[in-house]
Design a protein around this ligand. Structure first.
Ligand code: ARG
Length: 468
């Protein structure tokens, strides 16, 4: 210890360690440094260092005076960082060494004692977990807000008729409210996934030191309590090398983006003049520089596009881990940029999406017309015949013939006179028109999870309760 300080005194400008005979090449410095991106972990790094220092003090590993100096020094550094006054140096490689060096410049030997019983390996794992926990909480909050704006829009459209599609062909009528609530469910599972991933994020690596633990009489439980971790990483080798919590987080994010990408695809289709179902507020669209008539749905298109980027980050992280031997390897430094970009992308997407939904105008007549034109109630006619005793497969065939007839005549099933309908089955009577209407079809799907307006209203009430 004394020996090393002496060396540093003899050559104060020398930033490489006594172990090396020559400085690291400039290009290698740039290649290996992470400070340009990991400085965003600074607040969490300081939080972790404070908890570590207090534990060292409580355990008698360093003095209480040193703890007090460290606390004051880190508080000052935090302020410098917040004020944009902190000078980040590439020579000091990463966020951890930058802060530690600044601390030592400020408070001397006490600063040098902070790293006792710790390594950057358990330090960085702790920082990422703290950052990811906070980010996860932000995401869950924004997911809730987006779900709320879905429910609000659905409530306005409890009985707005639209065609439901399979294979992008008109299938059966649904209400727009019901359709929207499908996305509520997806996002509900997404929020559950993040809440579940949070449990595994929220474990303390500190104490693992470089890989094998430390010979100092540390108190890991105390550090965990102070940092709000609900458990300890139980194995030191695993603690410094595990990043599966980050992969889980990214997988959950990729699913959110995938859900929003599907939603976006629908918004894009529906806002195309070919569908004309909705209008997206101008503030979310742009015009074309050459075609004056255009209003392009840029935001949903970008959500769809950015989904590719988050999915890419998931694959990047999986690939990053797949061949790493225990324990820490520098490879792990590559976890940060994909993680940061995943978080930034999903956070802004969630925020913008909730606002975009509030700006959607629905063209009810266009939705209704599309459902009316697409033989959307053909299944209802088949069900009608089944209820009168026809086996379902036979009923299916009868209706297929009736649809073909209507196609040839260029009209809907409900436009066919009773006498004509009866040529397909003598069981058809006047009451058939009740089921051939869109409203009749909707109202008949009257069970939990069905599209009947009465059910959609109840689903909305339950959704609000789930958000509460
Ligand atoms: N910047 C490093 C990272 O992000 C910190 C840990 C470095 N540890 C080491 N032994 N070089 O992973």
């Amino acid at each position: 210890m004394t020996e090393k300080s002496t060396i540093l005194k003899e050559n104060p400008s020398k930033t490489w360690s006594g172990r090396f005979n020559e400085p690291v090449a400039e290009l290698v410095k740039k290649y290996t440094a992470s400070v340009s991106f990991d400085q965003r972990l600074a607040e969490f790094d300081i939080q972790g260092s404070l908890a570590h220092a207090r534990m060292l003090g409580a355990q008698g590993i360093i003095s209480h005076e040193d703890v007090a100096r460290i606390e004051q020094g880190l508080a000052d550094i935090l302020q410098e960082i917040r004020d944009g006054q902190f000078e980040w140096l590439l020579d000091l490689e990463d966020v951890h060494l930058n802060i530690e060096k600044r601390l030592t410049d400020k408070i001397g030997d006490a600063g040098k004692r902070l790293h006792t019983g710790r390594s950057r390996n358990d330090q960085v794992a702790t920082d990422i977990r703290l950052w990811l926990r906070a980010t996860t909480d932000e995401i869950i909050t924004l997911l809730r807000k987006l779900q709320l704006s879905i429910v609000d829009l659905a409530e306005e459209h409890v009985d707005t008729v639209m065609p439901g599609f399979t294979h992008l062909q008109v299938a059966q009528p649904v209400t727009f409210g019901h359709h929207l609530l499908a996305y509520f469910e997806m996002l509900q599972r997404d929020a559950e996934r993040f809440a579940d991933a949070r449990k595994r994020i929220n474990r303390l690596p500190l104490g693992a030191a470089a890989l094998a633990g430390t010979s100092y009489p540390i108190d890991r439980e105390r550090v965990a309590r102070e940092l709000g971790f609900e458990a300890l990483c139980e194995n030191s080798l695993d603690a410094v090398s595990d990043r599966d919590f980050a992969i889980e987080f990214t997988a959950a994010a990729a699913l959110v983006m995938t859900h929003l990408s599907r939603f976006s695809e629908e918004l894009i289709l529906w806002s195309s003049p070919r569908f004309g179902f909705i209008d997206i507020a101008d503030r979310f669209c742009t015009g074309s520089s050459i075609m004056p008539q255009k209003k392009n749905p840029d935001v949903p298109e970008l959500v769809r596009g950015k989904t590719g980027r988050v999915n890419g980050h998931l694959v990047a992280l999986l690939t990053l881990m797949k061949s790493q031997p225990l324990a820490y390897n520098k490879d792990n430094q590559e976890d940060k940029e994909p993680l940061f970009d995943t978080a930034d992308t999903i956070l802004v997407t969630l925020e913008i999406y909730a606002d975009m939904l509030r700006g959607i105008r629905v063209n009810k007549p266009a939705m209704r017309l599309a459902a009316a034109e697409g033989f959307a109630t053909a299944t209802d006619l088949a069900d009608y015949l089944v209820k009168k005793g026809t086996p379902f497969r036979d009923a299916h065939e009868v209706v297929a013939l009736a649809v073909r007839h209507a196609v040839e005549k260029g009209c809907d099933l409900s436009d066919l006179p009773l006498a004509e309908l009866q040529t397909f089955s003598p069981l058809i009577a006047e009451d058939v028109y009740g089921v051939l209407t869109l409203e009749g079809s909707l109202a008949s799907r009257n069970h939990r999870g069905g599209t009947a307006p009465a059910q959609v209203s109840q689903a909305i009430a339950r959704a609000r309760q789930r958000l509460a």
